[in-house]
Design a binder for this molecule. Sequence first.
Ligand SMILES: Cc1cc2nc3c(=O)[nH]c(=O)nc-3n(C[C@H](O)[C@H](O)[C@H](O)COP(=O)(O)OP(=O)(O)OC[C@H]3O[C@@H](n4cnc5c(N)ncnc54)[C@H](O)[C@@H]3O)c2cc1C
Length: 352
Amino acid sequence: MNDVYDVIVVGGGQAGLAAGYYLAQTDRRFLILDLHHKVGDAWRNRYASLVLFTPRGYSSLPGMPFPGSRDGLPTKDETADYLAAYADHFNLPIQLDSQVLSIETKGSVYLIQTKHAAYRARQVIIATGPFQEPRVPDYASMLPESVFQVHSSEYQNPEQLRKGNALVVGAGNSGAQIALELSRLHQVSIATAHNPVSLPLRLLGKSIFFWFDKLGLLSASPESAIGQRIRKRPDPIFGMAFGRAIRRGVIRQVPKAVGVNGDSIVFEDGSKGRYDNIIWSTGFRPNYPWIHVPGALDHNSSLIQHGGRSPVNGLFVIGQPWQTRRSSALLGGVGKDAQAVVHMIIADQRPV
Ligand SMILES: Cc1cc2nc3c(=O)[nH]c(=O)nc-3n(C[C@H](O)[C@H](O)[C@H](O)COP(=O)(O)OP(=O)(O)OC[C@H]3O[C@@H](n4cnc5c(N)ncnc54)[C@H](O)[C@@H]3O)c2cc1C
């Protein structure tokens, strides 16, 4: 068992690294634990053709600008390399290959168990990302094996698919990008509960994120009138190519998928379709089976937090969607929350 750390950060993605940046400016003894082999792997493991919708100029962590043209859109590997360079540049203490298997409290300290070691800390920041467990509808298991199925988080490239047609279920940004990519090789349908709204990447010669920033949309809090309005609506699709493909019939829009009948998907209007390939772009659900801290999770297994502070003493969170603002779970927004959480940590406790 190691000495007692002041702070252990679980997760070394953008949220954990931003926390590290601010913790390194204090006298606290801290360590970041991450399950991956390399910093940036959460991005590196996403589908091959993924290009971010936020330009580089709106994708920087605190203290180190994202390299390259501010207006250009980075690839996922470029983003992964930026995170690795960030960790190196600030010499952040990260223990890789260290999946946290359990966190519990013992007296006034937290016990953190990984496969290889046990740690103790007086305060813990959970920065394991907004995307915990792929959400796939229960009826998916009723489809025969002749249908190839994959969740968007495990989708890599079109070569994974079988011959024939494909259905993408869910029209968020990932679903739209994957449907567009597949439409070059397959007959593609996309099932969606709503009519997707597309926004141009650029408007009046500037990135759409420039306008979002100017209008205060990125910093909108969940409680604000504008924040509540944005939250009620599905996320827009960034870029116009997807909308064009729907209008031209290159991608067929079908109603929300609601079940299975034999080897067919049943849609909300009662119609059915048979597909050789299905990509479930249906999001994620919270799941923290390794957090054994009474009072930390709600009945949905979500972390209970307000502005990054858990009701449990010494426990903090960074990187949750809408934690304090619209951009809390985006590269360009997580730094503000990390700074606020580190301030709370300093205010709460003296170093060991
Ligand atoms: C397809 C897609 C496109 C996106 N596009 C954009 C975009 O254009 N711009 C933008 O700003 N954002 C975008 N995002 C959103 C967001 O930036 C990312 O989801 C981001 O990765 C969240 O950062 P994070 O550090 O909170 O979590 P993650 O990046 O998920 O990092 C969490 C880290 O915690 C580690 N971890 C998890 N569990 C444990 C454990 N038990 N023990 C130890 N380590 C653990 C993981 O290994 C991982 O490294 C996109 C997301 C997706 C899925």
